[in-house]
Design a binder for this molecule. Structure first.
Ligand code: 13P
Length: 260
């Protein structure tokens, strides 16, 4: 599958206001111009209030960075105080959305069913999705991580038509590795990434990038790509630092393809 491209997504979580966001995007632009990736797509996912500012800098400076939201409500409009719809994101110039991040699942009651409704609504609106899955510590200890994660994926993609397959990326983020500094071993990542690819329908297997997330840093990026066999990363903490994020992109770009 050498024609497949790698993907690195920076999830800024609830960090940086719109002024700080403009600054970080400008820094990313300068660094990415100096280290233009050949086979790696770059996406940033700032907070809602930063999205338009980020898009404006990217458009003005003609940067090769796509913008994702971190969450979306599946409804088109209505009485959903505090929420934002897929159509609103699309009209803002946003291309993608993260769906089902473990922080949304754990803190904001996002069930598998809501993840599925959100996935379908976002795809229908023409957004790309980065579908997040991953087990907690207890599930990992019980030995049922693969079953748990593959179930999450099957539930999330239930009823999704083939015409949407090229809009889908999947991010495996074991909850115990998020923000902890503890990265999953490349063996554990490879085992899960392979299991995920195995259960995807044939058409989706061909197109979907399967990412890893959880304490990714420039130092572990290459090993996780080559031995972990993933197609890139969903990066949290390290995406807030332009040098580190671009170094991760460069490291991925330098070794992607050697693992497939
Ligand atoms: P960290 O890279 O900070 O562990 O966060 C991972 C994550 O949750 C990205 O969505």
């Amino acid at each position: 599958m050498s024609e497949q491209r790698a993907l690195v997504v920076g999830n800024w979580k609830m960090n940086l206001d719109h002024v700080e966001a403009i600054h970080l995007v400008q820094q990313l632009g300068v660094l990415l111009r100096a280290h233009t990736p050949e086979r790696t797509d770059v996406v940033i996912a700032p907070p809602f209030v930063d999205l338009r500012s980020a898009c404006s800098v990217i458009e003005a400076d003609r940067l090769n960075i796509a913008v994702a939201a971190q969450h979306v409500n599946p409804a088109e409009s209505g009485a959903f105080t505090g929420e934002v719809s897929p159509g609103m994101l699309k009209r803002l110039g946003v291309q993608s959305v993260i769906v089902g991040h473990s922080e949304r699942r754990e803190m904001f009651g996002m069930t598998d069913e809501i993840v599925n409704t959100t996935v379908r609504s976002a795809l229908q609106a023409g957004l790309r999705i980065i579908l997040c899955v991953g087990e907690g510590h207890e599930v990992r200890e019980s030995g049922s991580a693969i079953e748990y994660v593959t179930n999450q994926i099957n539930n999330a993609l239930d009823g999704v038509g083939e015409r949407h397959y090229d809009q889908i990326a999947i991010a495996y983020e074991p909850i115990w590795a998020i923000g902890t500094g503890v990265t999953a071993s490349s063996e554990a990542v490879s085992e899960m990434i392979t299991a995920i690819r195995d259960i995807l329908p044939a058409g989706l297997k061909k197109t979907a990038a399967v990412l890893y997330g959880g304490s990714v840093k420039p130092e572990n990026a290459e090993e996780l790509i080559v031995l972990g066999r993933c197609d890139g990363f969903l990066v949290g903490g390290a995406s807030l630092n332009a040098e580190q994020f671009v170094q991760i992109v460069s490291n991925v770009d330098g070794c992607y393809g050697k693992n497939r």
